[in-house]
Design a binder for this molecule. Structure first.
Ligand code: PLP
Length: 355
């Protein structure tokens, strides 16, 4: 039976990504060797790495003055690398979810952290608004899409400070004005590739303003100078990420993908709002187009486990909500076809008919 993959991460990848990666595991670029057994300094892999960085620039219209880096350590290492490289005295952070809170915890090792607003008291069901970022901060950090709670900030915040953003779960899901940002980072395993690599886009002149020494591996400039080849990069994940980037381009680019994402999310939210068994957990204006979180309405609470089984039997995988929210979460990342969202909507309708 066809599986509909709603996992939050690692998560669905395009068939194109899977097919080309499978082929390269057997025979990479006609080398007669697997992608897993070639030197990262071979000319074939150097071409992969540089094409991937170029495609990131092309797809997101990255202006001059920025560098693209691929690094191991996931998004979580960036929680520490961002302040290591940019926080001299004080930074401002928006506390909009678990990942934001984790980033705040790391930043505190490096200086003063001004938490400008938090929605923690409401279990992060909304994005805090009407906060002030003072002019004396080194940067303002926010999470663009809160993967666990299903909220998303789709406009670039209007602040004067340098901007740093964790875009792990919505990068490439919509066009972006990169020129407003100083650092953008994303773990690959939601919208780019398998786990094991993170993408970082950094404005070069944002670096070099901190007084502390930075260990070599944690210094963005190390990786910029060595073109993401300071040490052995995650070769296979970078290869797979390149396939996804090529697929984005083939599909017509980020604007096209954004349109499809809107359609998919609308389908699902409309059904959640219509169906008497379900209700969304995030406030409507902040709903994420990537992670759709919902629970059974109070009257039908006892049916949660039954719906889980019913959906699994219909081929739905990974819709169980994060333990801190409960209920359900359907992650409908870029690679998720509309047909899978339609299949989930059908399952929800069918289940409602039976109750
Ligand atoms: C998944 C996720 C992370 C954690 O990523 P790792 O690569 O596991 O460190 C951080 N931030 C957001 C928004 C995420 O969705």
């Amino acid at each position: 039976m066809k599986k509909h993959n709603f996992y939050a991460g690692p998560s669905i990848l395009s068939d194109y990504t899977i097919r080309n990666t499978v082929a390269a595991v057997a025979n990479f670029a006609d080398t007669g060797l697997s992608i897993m057994e070639v030197s990262h300094r071979s000319k074939e892999f150097l071409a992969v790495s540089s094409e991937a960085r170029e495609l990131v620039k092309e797809l997101l219209n990255v202006p001059d003055g920025y560098e693209v880096i691929f690094l191991g350590g996931g998004a979580s290492l960036q929680f520490c690398m961002v302040p290591f490289n940019l926080l001299n005295k004080k930074a401002a952070y928006l506390d909009s979810g678990t990942w934001a809170a984790n980033a705040i915890k790391e930043a505190k090792f490096f200086g003063e952290v001004d938490i400008v607003a938090s929605s923690k008291e409401a279990n992060y069901t909304y994005i805090p608004k009407n906060y002030t970022v003072t002019d004396d901060v080194d940067y303002f950090h926010f999470t663009s899409n809160n993967t666990i709670f299903g909220t998303q900030l789709r406009q670039d915040p209007d602040v004067k400070a340098r901007l740093a953003s964790d875009m792990s779960s919505d990068i490439f899901s919509r066009p972006l004005d990169v020129s407003k940002y100083d650092v953008i980072y994303a773990g690959a395993q939601k919208n780019l590739g398998p786990s094991g690599v993170a993408l970082i886009i950094v404005r070069k002149d944002a670096l070099g303003h901190v007084d502390r020494p930075i260990p070599t591996m944690l210094d963005y400039n190390t990786h910029i100078r060595k073109e993401s080849m300071f040490n052995t990069p995650p070769v296979l994940p970078v290869f797979a990420a390149l396939q996804t980037l090529k697929w984005y381009k083939k599909e017509g680019g980020v604007a096209k993908i954004a349109k499809r994402n809107e359609e998919k999310a609308t389908l699902l939210y409309d059904e959640i709002d219509r169906n008497k068994l379900f209700r969304g957990t995030a406030i409507p204006e902040d709903r994420s187009l990537m992670n759709v979180c919902f629970v059974m309405t109070d009257e039908y609470k006892d049916l949660e486990e039954d719906f889980n089984k019913f959906a699994s039997a219909a081929g739905m995988v990974g819709i169980k909500g994060h333990r801190s929210v409960g209920g359900f979460r359907a992650s409908i990342y870029n690679a998720m076809p509309k047909s899978s969202v339609e299949a989930l909507v059908e399952v929800m309708k069918e289940f409602e008919k039976q109750h």
